[in-house]
Design a protein around this ligand. Structure first.
Ligand SMILES: C[S@@+](CC[C@H](N)C(=O)[O-])C[C@H]1O[C@@H](n2cnc3c(N)ncnc32)[C@H](O)[C@@H]1O
Length: 269
């Protein structure tokens, strides 16, 4: 667990210096262009020239242009008769044994290619009930909640009866609980704020990073995720834990464990 917390802390970024100048330097650093970690400053410079809307538009255009190839790939996978396990929004983490699906983008810079390029806001070209399991990790917080529900409606349509959906997102409930415990003077030490987002000028600013950073547009806790899956029609909906649950091979990314919640549901017969 310590290993995964260290990775999560590294992904969350550096702490600001404490003290009176802390807030100014924190806000100044965050308003500056941050080069993409691990890819060098050239990409960082390119990103500063192209805004997030243009980048998103390029990803969606590239995805659209590859739709024919992706449709053929999905049909071949379906025709193979092998169990079909879909990892929706795979990013730079391709789950072994799963068909990893994501937008066209710059994942290749990390040496990672999705198996299928597809925009999850569009119906995947697979028959109803043709998929054995659906997994999605740290993706729904990048979608408005209503679009997240539509994605779970799609998972429900795709899954065969008895098929399992497994969803993981940052556990905003835990962050909020740590914040509330600190306000009430009953924080356990170290808590998630200490471990993953230490040294922020205030606790609220650490919490705000979880809400607004990385292109997040929705927040989730276990109750809300359970409600989402039930609303999409799933039964036996329950919280799960990292590395456990009803899907195999385990698709959970180790570096997500520390700050994630996991919920599973089953498509009824
Ligand atoms: C934070 S990354 C998570 C990647 C990986 N699942 C992980 O946990 O490391 C979110 C991923 O969701 C993908 N994504 C967001 N919106 C999408 C959409 N409409 N269609 C397909 N993928 C999408 C992004 O391209 C990105 O790779």
């Amino acid at each position: 667990m310590e290993h995964t917390l260290a990775e999560a802390a590294a992904a969350a970024g550096p702490a600001a210096p404490a003290g009176q100048d802390g807030l100014r330097s924190y806000l100044t650093d965050r308003s500056a262009t941050v080069p993409t970690a691990g890819v060098g400053t050239l990409l960082g410079a390119a990103r500063s020239l192209v805004g997030p809307r243009q980048r998103a538009a390029a990803k969606h255009l590239g995805t659209r242009l590859l739709a024919g190839r992706s449709t053929r790939r999905l049909r071949d996978l379906h025709a193979s008769g092998q169990p079909l396990l879909l990892n929706l929004g795979s990013g730079t983490y391709n789950a072994p044994g799963w068909v990893n699906v994501d937008l066209w983008g710059l994942h290749a810079l990390w040496g990672v290619h999705p198996d299928v390029v597809w925009d999850l806001r569009r119906p995947l070209p697979l028959p109803d009930g043709s998929v054995d399991a659906v997994f999605s990790e740290h993706v729904l917080e990048h979608l408005p909640a209503a679009v997240g529900l539509a994605a779970m409606d799609q998972a429900f349509r795709l899954l065969r009866p008895g098929g399992v959906v497994r969803v993981s997102v940052p556990d905003f409930g835990r962050w909020a609980a740590d914040y509330a415990d600190r306000r009430a003077g009953r924080a356990s030490s170290p808590d998630l704020l200490d471990l993953v987002r230490p040294g922020r000028p205030t606790d609220l600013l650490a919490l705000a990073e979880v809400v607004y950073d990385h292109g997040h547009v929705s927040v989730w806790d276990t109750d809300t995720m359970v409600a989402l899956l039930r609303t999409a029609g799933f039964v036996d909906v329950a919280a799960s834990a990292y590395g456990q649950g009803r899907v195999s091979p385990v698709p959970d990314a180790p570096h997500r464990a520390a700050e994630s919640l996991y919920v599973e549901g089953v498509r009824p017969a």
